[in-house]
Design a protein around this ligand. Structure first.
Ligand code: TEU
Length: 544
């Protein structure tokens, strides 16, 4: 077997720069702030840092709307700050990947400004159309495509007398990947960062890179009963996403990444981000040349999900994954509610256990290792454009502010995040309990200590390359076995029900009177029943 690469053995830790650490007192996190908190990543054994966008941007979508993809936004610092952060990450033996946003730029990007003005060279950098002419002489969009954030995906520009496409905000015009110049520009941007030494990229919203070339295609809007607001408001994605041409572009980027790998032997990792309607769609991205597509199956679990439902989510990926590919797990990110809020705080450790002990690469969004819940943000204080768009009655259904609150470091002002009087989003009200320092120093088991121990345990060969088999599964219990012959055998048993459950492993073929004695070497803390003998035919588990 080939040796595992760093992206397979590491935990990937997502840092949302605005919310990690503020070093200059403006209430917004920055690069020097992140640099000063790298000890935390080491503490939790996260060996790879994924940096959410830090590019120059008017921040309409908080950096996912870059106006210059080869420069740093002053709110986050300078290019020197970036180089210093990367050097520090590397000197600790860690890796850093960037968030790359291929689908669109900001409308303030110089390419869009030139395109809008009709400058020949840039005319076709974005997706422009005349639209249709109505009987009364007005121009209307060519089709009913809607943006992810609601309303038409087409915006009229007086200056050009044409519409442009935006699958996200109107301040995020879609680039035209049918123009080879665009592919070249974006490839050069990747090269720019590879030259600076980054170890890979998370490729944003990859599903929307290409749309059907035939802009006259209409489709029914997604108004399935019971659909979530964001699903109702978005497209059914027949013509606007998952187009086959995407694979060619990503394959080209794979090629580029491999050039660097061949040069210095340091693997350059590519992970794609695409929410998919079907598992088949999700699996296509394994074939693009990306190392893996993010697996969001655990992100969508909620409180009503018991053991059998957890099992379905996990088997969905494991049984459909192409042979020879590498699985991965995500429980949260900057676009989704915190897992503690979705599942209930009692399931935080269980979710982190799945994340860290299932086979494959775990990705952790900052704060999930602390078991943070969402914060409440009033409509007046709402920052997320997606939330704002839905108005005071419904903003809370879609707003992405609640999981984006600042990291909690200690019990001082702003939990040590910033010395500003007002931070860009409110600090979590329970910061005195949930902060990292308090959780490190606490007597008993805390989500942070548990996370740390599990991520250490994950470094054992059995969890890295051992087999995986679901064991007993019912409406409460989800359990599985990890085994590496000649190495060790682990049973992981979790209760996703709402009451105490009894598990009989003798029924699973283990000796009736067998006993497990937890080895004190397995864990650091005294609170895990280390040394206690457990009868295999009668294991009692509380929820979580
Ligand atoms: O998200 C892509 C995406 O599919 C979003 O529409 C997501 O479903 C949405 O945030 C609803 O929860 C990526 C980024 O992660 C997101 O933050 C950006 O806003 C978006 O791309 C545009 O760049």
């Amino acid at each position: 077997e080939p040796p595992l690469e760093w992206w397979q053995t590491s935990v990937i830790y997502q840092v949302y720069p605005r919310s990690f650490q503020d070093s200059n007192g403006d209430g917004v996190g920055d690069l020097q702030g992140i640099r000063s908190r790298l000890d935390h990543l080491e503490y939790i054994n996260a060996r790879a840092l994924w940096l959410s966008p830090m590019y120059e941007s008017p921040m309409r979508d908080f950096g996912y709307d870059p106006s210059n993809i080869t420069n740093i936004d002053p709110i986050f610092g300078t290019m020197e700050d970036f180089d210093e952060l990367l050097a520090d990450v590397h000197s600790r033996g860690m890796k850093m990947i960037l968030d790359f946003i291929p689908n669109h730029t900001s409308d303030l990007h110089k390419w869009f400004q030139a395109s809008k003005a009709g400058v020949e060279e840039y005319k076709d950098y974005y997706v422009w159309t005349d639209g249709n002419l109505t009987a009364n002489g007005t121009r209307v969009p060519p089709n009913n495509w809607k943006s992810f954030f609601g309303d038409s995906a087409w915006e009229w520009v007086e200056e050009r007398q044409q519409f442009y496409l935006h699958q996200f905000l109107k301040e995020q015009p879609d680039l035209n990947y049918r123009n080879p110049k665009v592919v070249e520009e974006m490839t050069n941007a990747l090269r720019f960062w590879l030259e600076r030494g980054v170890d890979g990229f998370r490729i944003d919203a990859v599903l929307t890179m290409f749309e059907s070339a035939d802009l006259s295609l209409n489709e029914p809007l997604n108004n399935r009963p019971g659909a979530e607001l964001w699903q109702y408001e978005s497209l059914e994605h027949i013509y606007t996403s998952h187009q086959p041409e995407t694979y060619e572009v990503i394959a080209k980027w794979r090629h580029l990444a491999d050039e660097y790998y061949q040069k210095d032997g340091n693997y350059r990792f590519l992970v794609t981000e695409a929410y998919c309607e079907t598992i088949q769609q999700a699996m296509y991205y394994y074939h693009t040349g990306a190392d893996m597509p993010f697996n969001f199956d655990l992100v969508f679990l909620n409180r009503t999900c018991g053991g059998d439902c957890v099992d379905r989510a996990i088997s969905n990926w494991m049984t459909n994954m192409p042979i020879g590919k590498w699985p991965n797990w995500v429980i949260g990110n900057h676009d989704n509610k915190r897992i503690a809020t979705k599942m209930g705080t009692e399931f935080v450790n269980a979710m982190n256990t799945l994340l860290l002990l299932l086979p494959g690469t775990p990705t952790t969004y900052n704060g999930e290792e602390l078991g943070l819940t969402n914060i409440e943000v009033s409509y007046e204080d709402t920052q997320d454009p997606f939330g704002k768009r839905f108005g005071p009655e419904r903003y809370h259904e879609v707003s992405r502010d609640p999981p984006r609150s600042p990291m909690l470091w200690d019990s001082t002002h702003s939990s040590g995040f910033s010395n500003a009087t007002k931070t860009w989003l409110p600090v979590h009200p329970d910061y005195e309990i949930f902060n990292a320092e308090a959780q490190r120093k606490a007597e008993g088991v805390t989500p942070l200590k548990m996370y740390r121990d599990l991520s250490l345990l994950r470094q054992e060969a059995t969890f890295q390359r051992g087999t995986f088999k679901p064991l007993l599964v019912d409406e409460n219990i989800y359990s599985f076995v990890r085994e590496l012959e000649g190495e060790s055998l682990y049973y992981v048993i979790l209760n996703f029900g709402s009451t105490e459950a009894q598990v009989d492993l003798a029924e699973q073929g283990l000796p009736e009177n067998g006993l497990v004695k937890l080895n004190s070497g397995d864990f650091h803390h005294s609170d895990y029943n280390v040394g206690k003998e457990i009868k295999l035919n009668k294991i009692s588990l509380n929820p979580g």
